[in-house]
Design a protein around this ligand. Structure first.
Ligand code: ADP
Ligand code: MG
Length: 661
C-alpha cells in the first residue's frame, strides 16, 4: 500500500516524507521515536530548576494575545487549579485563543513560578488528559510537526500486518519476543513504558539479526571462493625466518601460520591482519609474500600513499636481501618511461613482488600470474579495483593489514566478513613510550627535552593540527611552529616542514631529509600518521592534542619508540582533558580504542567511515553489544539451516547485497 492511500495524508506531506527517504508504509512504521514524553497530571507547585509540570486547569478568563513582533506573540489568560487562580503565558499560540471558553478544562505543560503566580506553558492540550499519556517524540522531519507525524503513523499502524517480521519463528520463541505487529504498535503507541521496552527489544534484535545476516552471508560466500592451492616449501620459509636478526613473537608466528595455511588451501585468502603500530606486521606480510613467490606466483603490495609505499618497498627489499626475489616499486608519479619499463618486466614475470600505491591496479599493468595481494591500512577494494582484478584474470589471495585497533563491537561489524589474525604483544626489548600531558605555558620543559635528545643524536617529531592560518590564535600551524622552534634554538637546528599542500616530490624530499638525519626535527600535520618509520626518532610533540581523537594520538605516538632507547610523547594542550589521561596510563591500542569508544560513543570512530549499512534505526552497537553477539550466533545457525533460501524477504536482502567490498 502506498503512502498516498493513508487517510489524512496530503500531497505536501508525502513530499516531505519522500525528502526524508520514507517511501512506504514500512519505512514510515520503522521511523521509530527516539524518546517519549510522559504526561501525568501533577500538583501545582513552584517548579524546581528543570522539572516540567503537567496540570489540568480550568480556564477562568480567555485573556488576550499581544503581538510583539513578526512571528512572535504571547497569549496570556487566566486559569484555576488546586484552589489557585494564576496567569498562564504561552508563546506563539495566538491560534488557540478562538478555541478557548471559560470553564474549559485544559492540560498545561510547563513551569510555574509561585512568586509571580505565572504558569509559563510550553505546551497546551485543549482536551485535558485524564490519565498518564505517553507521547512518542520523533526526530524532526522538515515540514512536519511531531503531532502530524504521530497522527499519520497511527494511521499507518492500521496497516501494520503487512510489515514483515524478519525474525525467524524459532528465535521469537527462544527470546519470547513480541510479534512484529505488536512491537510496532507498542513502540509508536505504548500502553506503558514496560511494554515499550519489550517492543524495543524485539526491534533491536530484528535489526541486528538482519545486519549480521548480511555480513555473515557475505562471509559464507567468500569462504566458498576457490583459491589456488599453492605448493610452498616450508623448509625454505623456516630458513628465511631463521635468517632474521630477531625471533618472532608468538602472535607473529601464529599470524604467519594462519596466512601460510590460507595460501596452501583451496579456499581463497580473505584475511585481516590487525596489530597495533610497531607490533611487527611487516615481517608477517613479507614472509607470506616470500612464500607466495616460492610457490611460483607474483604478488602485489599496496599502500595508501607514495611515501608509505616507498618505505615498505625499502624495508621489504631489505628483509628479502638474502633471497633471489625481485622486488619492484611502482607509483603514479613515476615517468611514463620508467613505468613502461617495469610493466614489461611484470608481464614477463621478471618481477616477483610489486610494491606501490593502489594506483598500480589501475595502471596498464598486466601480471603474468598475480596470485596474492597485500593491502596496508585496511583499504578495501572498490568496485573498479575488483573489476580490474577480474579483467586481469585472477582471484588472488588477499591480506589486509590495519594498525587501527578498533573496539570489539566494531571488529565484528566492519571486519565481520573476514578471517582475522591479531598481533597483540609487541616485540620484546621495546620500552614503553612515556607520555605526558603538558600545558602550553610549560612548553619550555619540552623544548629542553627536545634539545637534549638532539644532542644525543636522536630525532623529534612535532605535530600541529592545521596547516593554514586560521583566526583561532590558539591553533598552531606548521609554519608558525617552525618560526617558534627556530627562535628557541637560535636557528641552530635543521628543521623540516611537512604538510598536505606540498607537491609529491617536495614531500619525499622532506621525508628523506628526516630519514637520513639531515633534519633533526620534523614539523608536520598529521600526514605522518600512518606507518612512517624513522627508527632514530624518540620524541613526539603534539600541539593542540585536545583536538585529536585518542586513537589518532595513539597512532601518532607510535611513530616513536621504534628502537631500544627510551621514547617520549608530549601532549601539549591548553586545557587538560580527562580523556587524554588514558594515553598517559596506557600504551595498549586496544584498551585505548575501547576507552575512546566510551568517551565518544559510536559517532565517528577514528575516521573509520561508517558505511550506509552501519547506521541503525533503533539498535545502538555499544548499548546492545550482547544482543549483537546473540544475533550473530543465531544468524550462523540460520544460514547453516539454509532456511533463508525459502524466504522471499531474505532473498530480497541477498539480491540487494553489495558484493564489491
Ligand atoms: P607495524 O606493525 O607498525 O607495521 P613494523 O612491522 O614496522 O610494525 O615493525 C616495527 C619494528 O619492529 C620494525 O623495525 C621491525 O623490524 C621490528 N620488529 C618486528 N618484529 C620484531 C620482533 N619479533 N623482534 C624484534 N623486533 C621486531
Ligand atoms: Mg606498518
Amino acid at each position: 500500500m502506498n503512502l498516498q492511500n493513508l487517510k489524512g495524508i496530503g500531497e505536501k506531506t508525502v513530499e516531505h516524507l519522500y525528502a526524508s527517504n520514507i517511501y512506504t508504509i514500512e519505512d514510515l512504521l520503522t521511523y521509530y521515536p527516539y524518546k517519549y514524553q510522559i504526561l501525568e497530571p501533577t500538583i501545582l507547585e513552584t517548579s524546581e530548576s528543570n522539572t516540567v509540570l503537567t496540570i489540568n486547569a480550568t480556564v477562568t478568563d480567555i485573556g488576550k494575545v499581544s503581538f510583539i513582533r513578526k512571528n512572535f506573540n504571547t497569549y496570556r489568560f487566566k486559569a484555576t487549579a488546586y484552589g489557585k487562580i494564576f496567569t498562564v503565558a504561552i508563546f506563539n499560540r495566538a491560534f488557540i485563543k478562538p478555541h478557548m471558553t471559560v470553564g474549559r478544562v485544559i492540560t498545561l505543560i510547563g513551569k510555574y513560578d509561585a512568586k509571580k503566580n505565572v504558569f509559563t506553558a510550553n505546551d497546551l492540550k485543549l482536551n485535558a488528559i485524564t490519565e498518564t499519556k505517553i507521547i512518542p517524540i520523533y526526530h524532526a522531519i522538515k515540514g512536519l510537526k511531531n503531532s502530524t507525524l504521530e497522527k499519520i503513523i497511527k494511521e499507518a499502524l492500521k496497516e501494520k500486518d503487512c510489515v514483515y517480521d524478519y525474525v525467524p519463528q524459532e528465535y521469537n520463541f527462544k527470546y519470547h519476543l513480541l510479534t512484529k505487529d505488536i512491537a510496532l504498535e507498542e513502540i509508536h503507541n505504548p500502553k506503558d513504558m514496560a511494554v515499550m521496552k519489550k517492543a524495543e527489544q524485539k526491534l533491536i534484535y530484528e535489526e541486528l539479526f538482519i545486519f549480521m545476516f548480511k555480513i555473515q552471508y557475505l562471509k559464507s560466500l567468500k569462504d566458498q571462493e576457490i583459491g589456488i592451492v599453492k605448493k610452498i616449501s616450508m623448509e625454505q620459509v623456516k630458513t628465511f625466518l631463521q635468517s632474521l636478526p630477531f625471533s618472532l613473537t608468538k602472535d607473529q608466528q601464529k599470524a604467519i601460520d594462519d596466512g601460510l595455511r590460507d595460501l596452501c588451501s583451496s579456499k581463497r585468502m580473505n584475511r585481516l591482519l590487525l596489530g597495533d603500530v610497531g607490533s611487527g606486521k611487516t615481517i608477517v606480510a613479507t614472509t607470506l609474500l616470500y612464500a607466495n613467490t616460492l610457490a611460483g606466483y607474483q604478488s602485489a603490495f599496496m599502500a595508501p600513499t607514495e611515501i608509505l609505499a616507498l618505505q615498505h618497498y625499502q624495508s621489504i627489499r631489505d628483509l628479502l636481501k638474502g633471497t633471489n626475489i625481485h622486488v619492484e616499486y611502482l607509483v603514479g608519479s613515476m615517468t611514463k618511461k620508467e613505468k613502461e619499463k617495469i610493466a614489461v618486466k611484470i608481464q614477463k614475470g621478471e618481477v616477483d613482488i610489486l610494491i606501490g600505491t593502489h594506483a598500480i591496479l589501475n595502471e596498464k599493468i598486466f601480471f603474468k600470474n598475480l596470485a596474492f595481494i597485500v593491502t596496508d591500512e585496511q583499504h578495501r577494494f572498490g568496485v573498479n579495483q575488483r573489476t580490474s582484478l577480474k579483467e586481469k584474470g585472477c582471484l588472488p589471495d588477499m591480506l589486509f593489514m590495519s594498525a587501527t585497533p578498533i573496539p570489539r563491537t566494531y571488529a565484528l561489524t566492519i571486519y565481520g566478513d573476514m578471517d582475522t589474525s591479531l598481533i597483540k604483544e609487541k616485540p620484546n626489548g621495546r620500552k614503553e613510550i612515556i607520555t605526558k600531558i603538558v600545558k602550553e605555558k610549560d612548553l619550555k620543559e619540552v623544548l629542553f627535552k627536545v634539545l637534549e635528545a638532539i644532542k644525543n643524536n636522536e630525532q623529534v617529531y612535532v605535530v600541529a593540527p592545521m596547516i593554514e592560518d586560521t583566526n583561532e590564535s590558539s591553533l598552531k600551524d606548521v609554519n608558525l611552529l617552525k618560526e617558534k622552534f627556530d627562535l628557541a634554538f637560535h636557528n641552530k637546528i635543521p628543521i623540516g616542514v611537512l604538510h598536505g599542500k606540498l607537491k609529491k616530490a617536495e614531500k619525499e624530499e622532506v621525508m628523506n631529509d628526516f630519514k637520513i638525519g639531515r633534519t633533526k626535527i620534523l614539523i608536520s600535520t598529521t600526514v605522518v600518521e600512518v606507518g612512517v618509520d624513522v627508527k632514530n626518532a624518540t620524541i613526539m610533540v603534539i600541539f593542540n592534542a585536545e583536538r585529536f581523537g585518542l586513537a589518532t594520538l595513539h597512532q601518532l605516538r607510535g611513530r616513536v619508540g621504534r628502537n631500544d632507547k627510551q621514547s617520549y610523547c608530549y601532549l601539549i594542550c591548553n586545557e587538560e582533558k580527562e580523556r587524554l589521561k588514558v594515553l598517559e596510563e596506557s600504551n595498549d591500542g586496544f584498551y585505548i580504542s575501547e576507552k575512546d569508544f566510551e568517551f565518544r560513543g559510536e559517532g565517528d570512530l577514528f575516521g573509520v567511515k561508517q558505511s550506509g549499512d552501519m547506521t541503525f534505526k533503533i539498535a545502538n552497537l555499544k548499548r546492545d553489544y550482547s544482543i549483537l553477539i546473540k544475533a550473530k550466533e543465531d544468524v550462523l545457525n540460520y544460514i547453516k539451516s539454509e532456511k533463508y533460501k525459502n524466504d522471499k524477504k531474505y532473498q530480497e536482502i541477498v539480491d540487494k547485497l553489495d558484493f564489491t567490498n
